[in-house]
Design a protein around this ligand. Structure first.
Ligand code: SF4
Length: 301
C-alpha cells in the first residue's frame, strides 16, 4: 500500500473522534473549530464547540452579537484574542461576502485571525480545495518522512513544494486532518515510529539519526498569558472592575495588571477608561461590547 493509502486507513477510525469532523462539512463550523484548535487541545475544543455553536448557530448570529457575549461564550478556551478576531471575521464575512465564507484560501486569509494555515484548513476541509494546511506538526512529519531530517534541517521552500506534491488531491481535507493527527499523536518531537502508519517508507526512521527527546513546556504559572486570561475571566462574572481590585484578585503588581489591560484593550477584548489606560488604581474597565475601531479585514496569526 502507498504512503497515502496507509495514512488514510490509519486516520479513518479516528475521524469520528471529534464533533467538527462528523456530518457534512460546514464552512462556519470548520472555521470556528479551526480557530479554537489554533492554541487549544482537541479534547477541550470538543467540549466547547457545541455550546458555542448553540449560542451562535450561524455566522450572521455571531456577527450580530456584542463582543462581550462572544468573549463570555469562549469560556475556558484561553487565548481570548482569538474570540475577538473570530467575531471580527464574522462581521467582515457578513459585510463583504453576504454572510458566506469564500472557498478561496487567499480570500479567507484576509479575514481577521485567519492565517495561511487556518485558511488552507477551512478551504480544504469545508470546500475540498486541494491545498495543504501546513503547521509545525505537518512540517515535522513531512520533513522526517520525505527528507529523513527534522524541519530545521530542510530548506523551507523545498519542504513546502514537497508537501504540495504529497497532498492527496482527491481528498485534501481528509489528508490534511490525517497528517495533523499523525504529527500531534505519533510523529511528535519524540517520534513513536513503532506505531506509525508511515514507518515502512520513512527516511527518518531508516536513518541512524539520534531520536529527539520530548521537551518540557514553558511554565504557564506567573506568565503574561496567565495574567491576561485571569483578567478576562474575572470580568466575565462582573459588569466592571478597577485595576486595584484586579491586582488584588490576581496577586500581581499593579503595573503588570495595567500593562495587560492596555494590551487587552488594544486587542478589542476589554474597554478600559482613560484612568485605567493611564495605570491609575481606581481606573475601571469592562469586557468590550464593540471594538474601538470599525471592521478592518486583516488576516493575522
Ligand atoms: S516513522 Fe517515525 S519519524 Fe517517520 S513519520 Fe512515522 S513517527 Fe515520524
Amino acid at each position: 500500500m502507498d504512503a497515502n493509502g496507509a495514512l488514510l486507513r490509519w486516520y479513518r477510525p479516528r475521524r469520528a473522534a471529534y464533533p467538527w469532523r462528523t456530518g457534512a462539512p460546514d464552512p462556519y463550523r470548520t472555521l470556528v473549530s479551526e480557530v479554537m484548535l489554533q492554541q487549544t487541545q482537541a479534547p477541550r475544543v470538543a467540549a466547547a464547540l457545541g455550546p458555542f455553536l448553540a449560542r451562535f448557530p450561524s455566522i450572521a448570529a455571531l456577527a450580530a452579537a456584542p463582543r462581550s457575549d462572544v468573549v463570555r461564550a469562549w469560556g475556558a478556551l484561553g487565548y481570548n484574542r482569538r474570540a475577538a478576531r473570530l467575531h471580527e471575521a464574522a462581521r467582515v464575512t457578513v459585510r463583504y461576502h453576504a454572510g458566506r465564507l469564500p472557498p478561496d484560501p487567499a480570500q479567507l486569509q484576509v479575514l481577521p485571525g485567519v492565517g495561511p494555515y487556518t485558511a488552507s484548513a477551512v478551504a480544504s476541509i469545508a470546500f475540498g480545495v486541494p491545498v495543504a494546511a501546513v503547521d509545525t506538526n505537518v512540517r515535522r512529519v513531512a520533513a522526517r518522512f520525505l527528507f529523513g531530517a527534522n524541519p530545521e534541517g530542510v530548506d523551507r521552500t523545498q519542504l513546502r513544494e514537497a508537501i504540495d506534491r504529497w497532498l492527496h488531491r482527491r481528498e485534501p481535507g481528509t489528508w490534511n486532518q490525517a497528517v495533523m493527527d499523525l504529527g500531534r499523536l505519533v510523529c511528535r518531537p519524540a517520534p513513536r515510529c513503532d506505531v506509525c502508519p508511515l514507518a515502512a517508507g520513512c527516511r527518518f526512521r531508516a536513518s541512524s539519526r539520534p531520536r529527539p527527546r520530548a521537551r518540557s513546556q514553558p511554565a504557564f504559572r506567573g506568565s503574561w498569558r496567565e495574567l491576561r486570561g485571569a483578567i478576562v475571566r474575572l470580568l466575565r462574572s462582573r459588569p466592571s472592575a478597577t485595576l486595584s481590585s484586579l491586582a488584588g484578585r490576581t496577586g500581581r503588581a499593579l503595573h503588570d495588571v495595567a500593562a495587560a489591560v492596555r494590551a487587552l484593550d488594544r486587542d478589542g477584548l476589554v474597554r478600559a477608561g482613560p484612568a485605567a489606560l493611564a495605570g491609575r488604581p481606581s481606573g475601571r474597565l469592562r469586557l468590550a461590547d464593540e471594538p474601538r475601531s470599525g471592521i478592518v479585514p486583516t488576516g493575522t496569526s
